[in-house]
Ligand binder design. Structure first.
Ligand SMILES: Cc1cc2nc3c(=O)[nH]c(=O)nc-3n(C[C@H](O)[C@H](O)[C@H](O)COP(=O)(O)OP(=O)(O)OC[C@H]3O[C@@H](n4cnc5c(N)ncnc54)[C@H](O)[C@@H]3O)c2cc1C
Ligand code: FES
Length: 296
């Protein structure tokens, strides 16, 4: 078995300055909710470098099926017995070939990682931070919340958080209660979790956007919204924020082929200051964009 700490790092100069290729070792694969799993990987180098909202591409170490890596957001980093970052956790929903394969991974198996990738969420500078998640879009918000609440640090050198929010909320919407993933993980001191289910099996009966609207009606000044989820939901979240005059950032989950800026398969349409539109690569310039810049 390869030592995950001894990988060569193959950075692409000028393109993805901090990204490297690594072998990681599967520690565990655990069910989180209906059709939803969490993988724990041992890969200390990646764990020390990745920051909230960033992602990595992952594929099997051997073989060519699937050939292309798949992007997954950081759920959180985890520590070894000495308290040093040892690896990364990520949560996923089974949709196709790679995610089906990942449910079968066994402890000790080697997988190939490429990352950390993307810009991620900047540390919030507002008094109130509201994270809005739709379905598996909850994954980036554990690390966002841990950092915002001062419970964990990320990056090398450690990312500076100049001003911590006083209030941190997670508005989390799913179709029904059996899709709620990681509620134990989100049971963090200081995090106000509000749940919405489409069918009313838990929390607010309705869309997460209705919860967000309530939150912003209570408290919209000095507030920032971070959002990740299906595109129609993110579009609705952006509209609610616009109505309240609240700045909002969206993390896109555009399908990706290369993950390092070369193939342009992941472009998002953005509005330029002069009123024209242009394209940005979600893997390099994103996945997080200010909502008002995006054409959704
Ligand atoms: C930056 C980023 C972060 C992501 N983070 C996570 C995460 O933390 N957890 C998670 O579960 N998923 C995440 N995704 C989505 C994840 O990458 C896809 O679900 C995964 O690539 C599917 O691989 P597959 O081989 O199982 O499916 P495939 O066999 O490749 O595809 C199966 C079906 O799903 C569709 N599909 C594939 N990818 C996407 C996509 N991105 N959006 C919509 N439809 C798609 C395909 O068109 C096809 O119909 C993220 C995507 C991006 C871009
Ligand atoms: S995935 Fe290839 S440019 Fe973004």
């Amino acid at each position: 078995m390869a030592d995950p700490t001894s990988n060569d790092q193959n950075c692409l100069p000028g393109m993805v300055m901090t990204a490297g290729q690594y072998t990681a070792i599967v520690e565990s694969v655990r069910p989180m909710a209906r059709n939803t799993w969490c993988v724990r990987l041992r890969q200390p180098q990646l764990a020390t470098r990745i920051t909230p909202g960033q992602f990595f591409m992952i594929r099997p170490e051997d073989g060519s099926d699937p050939l292309l890596g798949r992007p997954f957001a950081l759920y959180d980093t985890w520590d070894d017995e000495d308290g040093d970052p040892a690896g990364v956790d990520f949560g996923f929903v089974v949709v196709g070939k790679m995610t089906s394969l990942m449910t079968q991974w066994q402890p000790g198996e080697e997988v190939r990682l490429w990352g950390p990738l993307g810009n991620g969420f900047a540390p919030s500078s507002a008094k109130n931070l509201i994270c809005v998640a739709g379905g598996i879009g909850q994954t980036p918000f554990l690390a966002v919340a841990m950092e915002a609440l001062g419970l964990r640090t990320y990056g090398t050198p450690t990312r500076d958080v100049p001003q911590r929010p006083e209030n941190v909320k997670l508005c989390y919407g799913v179709r029904s209660a059996d899709y709620l993933a990681g509620l134990d993980d989100f049971d963090i001191k200081g995090l106000d979790v509000r749940i919405a289910t489409d069918d009313g099996t838990e929390g607010h009966h309705g869309y997460v956007t209705e919860l967000l609207d309530q939150c912003l009606t209570e408290q919209s000044s000095d507030t920032q919204v971070y959002c990740c989820g299906p595109e129609p939901m993110m579009k609705a979240v952006a509209e609610v924020c616009e109505n309240h005059g609240t700045p909002c950032w969206l993390s896109l989950e555009t399908p990706m082929a290369c993950g390092f800026g070369a193939c342009f398969s992941c472009v998002a349409t953005v509005k330029e200051d002069d009123g024209t539109t242009d394209y940005r690569r979600t893997c390099v310039e994103g996945p997080v964009f200010p909502a008002e810049k995006l054409v959704l």
